[in-house]
Design a protein around this ligand. Structure first.
Ligand SMILES: Cc1cc2nc3c(=O)[nH]c(=O)nc-3n(C[C@H](O)[C@H](O)[C@H](O)COP(=O)(O)O)c2cc1C
Length: 326
């Protein structure tokens, strides 16, 4: 079972994570895999309460569950068990998968965050329904805002405000720059972070990249670029949680990952436009605009559509670096 567990972990780590921090560690003990938050990889500026970190853990967990089922294994998941000495998600594997996850499993290496401008085509209504139904968690609501509809305009306004607030904040820009891997050398040395090619610019030396990010990129132009990207997409999907705690954050990650995999299985691309969920005062106003009652929270916003081209896959640390030795 231990060698299968390591194969499952290799698939789990293909999950998305904020700034590609990969904030996870794993341990394997017979038929049990534990997933631990790696708090040394927190993003204190953009994610001060760690909700995005736990969403990322949920994404890795969902990949693991999908991959286990594809191997005929049932993954019994226990969130933050009180009998564990350390905070973790505990996954017990046993024979007898209950669902066919083949299509989702095949989409794991295909899924990627594609931040480019899309081709403007609308997603077929039946495909969109299938994608939204892929949300497996009752604790998470997925709301759609089609491009071209009147309801999307205020949401675009919140994205714009969030973008401008973030790029006016030197601490946000400094944290972002610290996770950009400007050259191929940085990518292969670190195997984490945001490769410049994934952000849409060619590899450059770090000093030049930092200069571009701090001097050339302006909040207004960044906001205009994002707005254009949204308008080239088909729909925005907003993930809303019923409560604001770690278990619900993990659930958002699980929902998002299933939705992203279902989209990828249909050649539909996604990218995050998360800014209004990340800037707390804007998130509060977004929640009020949507008529949400506390503690409901809008926590993740993505756009879906048809990308013009695929990107090279973003790097991941190898399994040996994320599995604790027993
Ligand atoms: C919780 C969470 C928040 C994210 N926020 C953003 C974001 O605000 N902007 C963005 O461009 N990408 C965002 N991403 C996407 C990650 O940067 C991306 O998953 C990571 O770089 C790995 O790349 P991949 O998705 O192509 O594998 C987010 C991902 C997660 C899981």
């Amino acid at each position: 079972m231990e060698s299968i567990a390591r194969q499952l972990i290799a698939i789990a780590v293909r999950a998305p994570s904020g700034h590609n921090t990969q904030p996870w560690q794993f341990s394997v003990q017979q038929d049990t895999i534990r997933i631990y938050p790696d708090l040394s990889r927190r993003l204190p500026v953009v994610d001060p309460d760690d909700h995005a970190l736990f969403i990322s853990l949920g994404c890795a967990l969902e990949n693991l569950v999908v991959a286990a089922a594809q191997q005929g294994l049932l993954a019994n998941v226990h969130y933050f068990p009180s009998d564990e000495p350390e905070e973790c998600l505990r996954v017990h594997l046993s024979e007898g998968a209950e669902e066919d996850t083949d299509a989702l499993f095949r989409a794991i290496p295909e899924r990627q965050s594609n931040r480019g401008t899309y081709d403007g085509r609308a997603i077929d209504a039946s495909d969109l329904a299938r994608i939204m139904e892929a949300n497996p968690r009752d604790s998470v609501e997925v709301r759609a805002f089609p491009v071209g509809s009147p309801e999307i305009e205020p949401i675009i306004g919140f994205v714009r405000e969030g973008n401008i607030a973030q790029f006016n904040d030197p601490a946000f820009v400094a944290e972002l720059v610290s996770w950009i891997r400007f050259s191929q050398r940085e990518v292969s040395d670190r195997k984490d972070g945001l490769a410049s090619v994934a952000l849409g610019f060619p590899p450059v030396p770090r000093w030049l990249g930092r200069w571009i990010m701090t001097k050339l990129v302006k909040p207004e132009s960044e906001a205009a670029r994002q707005e254009k990207a949204i308008r080239s997409s088909s729909v925005l999907l907003l993930f809303i949680t019923r409560d604001h705690d770690k278990s619900h954050w993990v659930d958002v990650g699980r929902s998002f990952e299933r939705v992203a995999l279902m989209a990828a299985s249909r050649d539909i691309a996604h990218a995050h436009v998360n800014m209004p969920c990340e800037v707390e005062p804007i998130r509060r106003r977004l929640a009020a605009h949507l008529g949400l009652d506390a503690p409901e929270q809008p926590l993740l916003l993505i756009r879906l559509g048809f990308a013009r081209k695929r990107l090279p896959p973003s790097a991941r640390r190898p399994v040996d670096q994320v599995v604790r030795s027993s």
